[in-house]
Design a binder for this molecule. Sequence first.
Ligand code: ADP
Ligand code: MG
Length: 236
Amino acid sequence: FLTMPQEPVIAIDRVNHYYGSGRLRKQILFEVTSEIQPGEIVIMMGPSGSGKTTLLTLIGALRSTQEGSMKVLGQQLRNAPNSRLVNLRRNIGYIFQAHNLLNSLTARQNVQMSLELHDQHLTRREREHRAEEMLEAVGLRDWRDYYPHDLSGGQKQRVAIARALASHPKIVLADEPTSALDKQSGRDVVEIMQRLAKQQGSAILMVTHDNRILDVADRIINMEDGRLSNLEAVPV
Ligand code: ADP
Ligand code: MG
């Protein structure tokens, strides 16, 4: 039968990035080129300071692309008007190293608030229902009315995952999501991410140093001194 050719959800072509200006201007990314397909789980490794977070923030439309082509969900981000960037951010789930939950909101309210921003056609009741479903999916049904302060690191990161995936984004960007967690909660968190992403068909680009979770990836890429390459063999 015929299969539709699928557009990559992320297409990066010869992207350069610089910080600073004048004599302090320093190049951080060099001719970065890569594609990520729908539903693909890609892990990015590489030493600290090599440019991984910079690349993630460019893909996530949190920083302007200066040189090269950065197409995300079919939209060119270079020289894009702000409205396009804002719109695109609604279609991306972000999970950061620190959970970034709002401490004055319960687990459920944190997820609901994200749905208010991302899925504006949902009714209040639908948002509540979706938030409950997502918290159940990450194993936090009995914790939904707790505040971040009363949750463990692993639980907070699971709320962050529920929040990032609640609106069924086509892309999830995760920057060292397990770095603050012990081995077992790190593993749990990543397996939950993998399961939800596969169910929803979301692509994941995840930065990690954690060798024990590399097996969840469909592909591993490596950043070194601002240059991106495919990893031939999985490090052990
Ligand atoms: P990684 O995530 O791989 O650790 P980063 O993308 O955070 O790397 O940083 C890459 C380089 O850019 C580092 O040398 C860092 O010091 C520098 N850098 C990061 N953010 C900024 C910034 N906002 N202004 C200036 N330099 C920065
Ligand atoms: Mg980083």
